[in-house]
Each structure stands twice: as structure tokens, then as C-alpha cells.
Design a protein around this ligand. Structure first.
Ligand code: GLP
Length: 241
């Protein structure tokens, strides 16, 4: 893993955006893996700004998002589809049909997992995957204990994850109990991974990312086996490392 140390959230977002923008410029047919949460919103802001100022085009770019809550449809303000539309897709020239987010309202979630895997395969795999990290080391919604061999699957969310994410909902009760997520093996097949971390709440998971033995009890640890991971972390996130 390559570590890029930055000062703060702004610098992390700018560095990540520079990497994505130069990739998209060189590869107009880029396949991007995208993440939600507070961490990547600054990156998306930078992509939008650059699109407006410099005209970087996403017309032929395809995207796959990591995960979605089960039970929320794409119009629900806390769904990850809604998040992506609001924070990125509505503000750049990407074609909506080229953006894929798992369907949290699918009548047959198992089938939805297979469909998603097939779409990623047909797109030729993900070129750059953006990742955040959960406080317990989860990546996407792969909670501790998830097999490293997992493909896109349905997950019962850890209570700690529901609590951490309840800040986006009116109350904890409203946070869905299940989600649908790319699996760890699916993520590991991306050609390049960009993991972003900012703030002191990420200090412990970032320390563990670099020091814990590789184990399913700390899902992000598997990234150490990936040949092409860049971690961009700020001072606060690195304070214990
Ligand atoms: C959620 C998402 C993850 C994300 C993590 C951290 O549970 N499913 O993909 O990486 O939380 O979120 P944040 O960036 O808001 O700290």
C-alpha cells in the first residue's frame, strides 16, 4: 500500500480528485467504483468544480457504487442512489444509464447481487475503486467476519455501523437493518483502489489497517494483499500510526 499523507480533509479531497481526473482524461471510458459517506463528498465537489472549469467529460465513463440500504428506494434522501445524484451525477455530464447503484428495493435481492456482478464483469471490471473505511474496519458494508471470498451479497448491519450512520437519519430506528454490498473479493478485483480517511474517528481503523494481521475480523486488512492501493489520509487520521 502506498500512503499519501496530507494535512486535512481539503487536501485529501484535492489529491484524490487529481488522481481521478487525470485517469478520466487519459481513459475516457474509465470504469469508476464510487463510495458514499462523508469522506468522498469533498472529492466529488472537486470533480464537479473541475468539470465546470476545465470541461473534463464523463460522457463515456461508467460507475458502480459499492453499496445500498435495503428497503430504501432511489428517491429516499438517505438512499445511496439519491446521495450520488445529489453529490455528483446531477452536476457532471455523465449519462444516468452509465451509473449503477444496487437496487435496495429489488423484489429479489439475491438476483440483484448476481445482476450487479454480471454488469461489472461486462464492463470489464472496475478500474479505480474509491473506498472509505468504517470505524470497525468495514469496507463498503462488509462488516467484521465477512469472508474475504465474498461477492456482492446481503448484509445485516452491525449495530455500531447503524449508530454511526444514524447521524444522517431522524432517529436510529429509521436506519435500515440490512444492506446490499459488493463483496470483498469483488472490491479486490478492482485494478486500483483509493482509500480515503480523514479525522480522528479514523485514527484507530487507519492504525489497524497498517499494523493488524490480515484477518476477516478486520475487513480492510485484506487491502494489504492488493498490488495497487493508495491510502490518502490526513494528520488526524494518522495520529496513532
Ligand atoms: C458507511 C459506508 C461505507 C463508508 C463508511 C464510512 O457505512 N457503507 O462505504 O466507507 O460508512 O463512512 P464515512 O465516510 O461517513 O465515515
Amino acid at each position: 500500500m502506498k500512503l499519501i499523507q496530507v494535512r486535512d480533509y481539503e487536501e485529501m479531497s484535492k489529491k484524490a480528485a487529481d488522481i481521478v481526473i487525470s485517469y478520466v482524461k487519459a481513459n475516457p471510458n474509465a470504469v469508476l467504483g464510487l463510495a458514499t459517506g462523508s469522506t468522498p463528498t469533498g472529492l466529488y465537489k472537486n470533480l464537479i468544480e473541475d468539470h465546470r472549469k476545465n470541461g473534463t467529460s464523463y460522457k463515456s465513463v461508467r460507475t458502480f457504487n459499492l453499496d445500498e440500504y435495503i428497503g430504501l428506494d432511489g428517491n429516499h434522501p438517505q438512499s445511496y442512489r439519491y446521495f450520488m445524484d445529489e453529490h455528483l451525477f446531477n452536476h457532471i455530464d455523465i449519462l444516468k444509464e452509465n451509473t449503477s447503484v444496487l437496487n435496495g428495493k429489488s423484489e429479489n435481492p439475491e438476483k440483484e447481487c448476481e445482476r450487479y456482478e454480471q454488469m461489472i464483469r461486462e464492463a470489464g471490471g472496475i478500474h479505480i475503486q474509491i473506498l472509505g473505511i468504517g470505524r470497525n474496519g468495514h469496507i463498503a458494508f462488509n462488516e467484521p467476519g465477512t469472508p474475504f471470498t465474498s461477492r456482492t451479497h446481503i448484509v445485516k448491519l452491525a449495530e455500531s455501523t447503524r449508530q454511526a450512520n444514524s447521524r444522517f437519519f431522524q432517529s436510529l430506528d429509521e436506519v435500515p437493518t440490512h444492506s446490499i454490498t459488493m463483496g470483498i473479493e469483488t472490491i479486490m478485483e478492482s485494478r486500483e483502489i483509493l482509500l480515503l480517511a480523514s479525522g480522528s474517528s479514523k485514527a484507530e481503523p487507519i492504525r489497524k489497517l497498517f499494523t493488524e494481521p490480515i484477518s476477516e475480523s478486520f475487513p480492510a486488512s485484506i487491502l494489504r494483499k492488493h498490488p495497487n492501493v493508495i491510502v490518502i489520509a490526513d494528520q488526524e487520521a494518522l495520529k496513532d500510526t
